[in-house]
Ligand binder design. Sequence first.
Ligand code: SF4
Ligand code: ZN
Length: 271
Amino acid sequence: MDIEKKFIETIKKYKLLNKKDKVVVAMSGGKDSIAVLYLLKKFEYKVQALMIDLNFGKWSEKNLNNAKLFCNQIDVKLKVVNVKKELKYEMDLIQKILKNKKNLSRCYVCGIIKKWLLNKWARKLKADKIATGHNLDDECQSVLMNFLKGNISNGINTGPKTGGNNKLNFIQRIKPLFYIPENEIKKYIEKKQFNILYKKCPYAVETYRVEIRNWMKSISDNEKLKVVSGWQKVIPKLKIKKIKKIQKCNICKEFCSGDICSACKIIKECI
Ligand code: SF4
Ligand code: ZN
């Protein structure tokens, strides 16, 4: 099945969104988010792009330029949110401080801040859904990583859609590329001749995820699909309590499971 058919089939089968929904695509400027944005626009969904500018030197500049050019080409609005303007600190500095003080990895810190800013801005843009470019390889990596690290509860939300609670103002996240292998997306993008930066983030090298990704080169796309689908079948059988209590963060008023959300805890360490 080609990638466009898989994309539409995933949206329909899992009821990810309808044509009335406003969907905000979390852009990195890389191939996956460009593919999601292009396909949503092609199939006439109400789409807008949102990019968190991490200011990681030339890599960020190139990705930002690609995203601007691409959105312009396909006539999609792009909102760029700059970490430094939002938080008064560069992401690089926040990561260094948290590494020194709490021994937290760069990606952990970056992931929390990005998610927090995406939620905040998607709400400001009145989004019904946030779409991300996670593909089959990303999902397989996450399943294996959580399993090997013994963080089983981290994987209970694996699936093409997560979150979403209108009462609590949580915006649902959708992953229309969930069942599409990375190399199929790469071929599709190359065929379309979109201007994409294939280089990974300069800080991706230090993560455990990279070790898993390298190991995954030895397994086929079909085996990756089996890992992810197998895990999805296991989830309902796990007796893991999801979240104990949902409340508003005392500082930013975002919903979280404690008094202060993880993003505000990180920001507090930098003051
Ligand atoms: Fe952030 Fe780079 Fe890690 Fe991705 S790889 S979470 S962009 S630091
Ligand atoms: Zn907070």
